[in-house]
Design a protein around this ligand. Sequence first.
Ligand code: URA
Length: 224
Amino acid sequence: MDIAASLRTLKDRMEADASLPLYGEANLVFGEGSPSGGVMFIGEAPGANEDRLKRPFVGRGGQLLDEAIRAIGWKREEVYITNIVKRRPPENRDPLPAEIAAYRPYLAQQIAIVDPALIVTLGRFAMNYFAPGAKMTRDHGSAFGIDGRIVFPVYHPAAALRSTEMMKVFRADFKKIPDVRAGRIATVPPPAITTKVTANPFPDDTKPSVKKDGGIPSGQEGLW
Ligand code: URA
């Protein structure tokens, strides 16, 4: 099967998967663009405009993304654009960990089909999908080598639109993309996840409950 047909099949499977969170509440925004350019941009989740048009990044953030892509001498149609979560969360709230987890196998397949050499992540949710230990303020503009691909985190366009300072950083990071793509910037391993061992992991000062049978409550195994 060719790449376009594989993507269509994946999209059809997603449309039909009623187990996915937000199914029936919002349209599927699968992704679009060229699967042969070697570059994938990955955002967080669709907003209202994207939901209405069933296309990623078509609102104000999308206009900035298009313009930033043009500014480095590329065209939107030459790259592939998608999101971590492919349906709009209500009121544009942050995607929930369960939503990210549910959509993960589909994104993994989409990445395997498009097979990009470079993934540009837009915002912290997409960055942390690949590099859970990364922090936006510290790690934006770094080229991480992950699973044989380059993952390059930049600020989300919506964040860039909110402040002049962020916009400067967003544009400076974008300028590096052609060099990153061409392998002229060395990759580094993604940061390890760091845990503060002295911090209380129980937010309200409570200890995890002990099940009546004395076992460890499910989901809390790692805390004991
Ligand atoms: N923000 C995103 O993260 N993705 C979109 O598609 C639009 C806005």
